[in-house]
Design a protein around this ligand. Structure first.
Ligand code: ATP
Ligand code: MG
Length: 337
């Protein structure tokens, strides 16, 4: 589909703090790959945003930019259809954030459930970097700069989208016309993939991930550790599905839904051991990740070419963001010459 003014726009991104994992795949990547054909899609490597809690390790963020870009290419994001760019190289986003910070209160930022949860996870309490607390304003800048209609995200990001829309409404009211665009979160049916350890979310910071580039042996080892039903001690005992990560993963990735339904019934009845379930899970994950890993290795042979693709994408993104910034400045009375 060719770009036109009526075409719907997608904006998403990831913090390049480590390789992408199955949580990203379920929460956002699958939708991005599916939607890139019919939407104008921008995908942002949020390196500047990653610094909000990684100032002590900027090298990690720098290194992971190309790694995450490789993950995108490996899962089937097509740079001919999607514009992939680096956040820090689009300074217009920082300027938009600067203005939006005046449209949110500290109290509202502190109430944002996503921010609250991330603060708790990192043990910041009151020693939270100001940049981290205010990142909803920066995320609003990213989304609105591209006038995105749709943002494919995991369930944990819903409060961020709500807050971005509040900023949009407030800005448009002040401007007296609809300059910025409200967006919708596109959340998949499984909006949050749990970690291999049974924790509610698979996340880099929790170290409970299976990465998209995982080797065969790494997948096998991770599946062995996957949390199941602690009460299911003997094969003949009835098993439980609630909180059983092995089955939650099969729900997310096993293409054979009929066989899975049968396996679940058998497990609940009793007589089906965890080892059989995990054998199936290992097979499903190996089949899912083998082609992704192979494509990743192919693209990784020429990192220079990947960087060139990012450079071109960043130039395109910058042009779009600059147009929005011009409108925003004008509405704020910040145009002089
Ligand atoms: P970090 O620990 O650096 O915060 P993360 O693993 O939590 O990393 P994010 O970069 O915060 O991942 O998330 C990027 C995108 O992927 C968001 O849209 C988020 O909702 C989605 N996502 C991440 N983890 C999961 C998950 N376990 N289930 C569903 N979606 C997820
Ligand atoms: Mg996170």
């Amino acid at each position: 589909m060719t770009a036109s003014t009526t075409q719907q726009i997608i904006l998403t991104g990831d913090r390049p703090t480590g390789p992408l994992h199955l949580g990203h795949f379920v929460g956002s990547l699958r939708n991005r790959v599916a939607y890139q054909h019919d939407y104008r899609q921008y995908i942002m490597l949020a390196d500047a945003q990653a610094l909000t809690d990684n100032m002590e390790d900027t090298g990690k963020v720098h290194r992971n930019v190309v790694e995450v870009a490789l993950d995108y290419l490996a899962v089937g994001i097509d740079p001919a259809k999607s514009t992939i760019f680096i956040q820090s190289q689009v300074p217009e986003l920082a300027e938009l954030t600067f203005y939006y910070l005046n449209l949110v209160t500290v109290a509202r930022l502190e109430r944002n459930p996503t921010v609250k949860e991330e603060i708790r996870l990192r043990g910041f309490e009151r020693d939270i970097p100001a940049g981290f607390l205010t990142y909803p304003a920066s995320q609003a800048a990213d989304i609105t700069a591209f006038k995105a209609h749709v943002v494919p995200v995991g369930e944990d990001q819903i409060p961020m989208i709500e807050q971005a829309n509040e900023i949009v409404r407030r800005f448009n009211r002040l401007a007296g016309r609809d300059i910025l665009v409200e967006c919708k979160a596109l959340v998949p049916e499984i909006g949050r993939l749990p970690g291999t350890d049974g924790k509610a979310k698979m996340s880099k910071s929790l170290g409970n991930t299976i990465n998209l580039g995982a080797s065969e042996a790494e997948i096998r080892a991770a599946v062995k550790m996957v949390y199941t039903d602690p009460l299911h001690l003997r094969v003949e005992d009835p098993g439980h599905l609630e909180g059983n990560v092995a089955f939650l993963y099969l729900d997310a990735f096993d293409p054979d839904k009929a066989a899975l339904a049968e396996m679940k019934a058998h497990y609940v009845r009793g007589g089906l051991g965890d080892s059989v379930v995990k054998k199936r899970l290992d097979l499903v994950l190996q089949e899912l990740l083998a082609p992704i890993r192979a494509r990743r290795e192919e693209f990784a042979k020429d990192r220079g070419q990947v960087m060139q693709m990012l450079k071109e994408g960043t130039m395109v993104a910058r042009e779009t963001a600059a147009k929005t910034l011009d409108e925003v400045r004008a509405a704020l009375g910040l145009s002089y010459f």
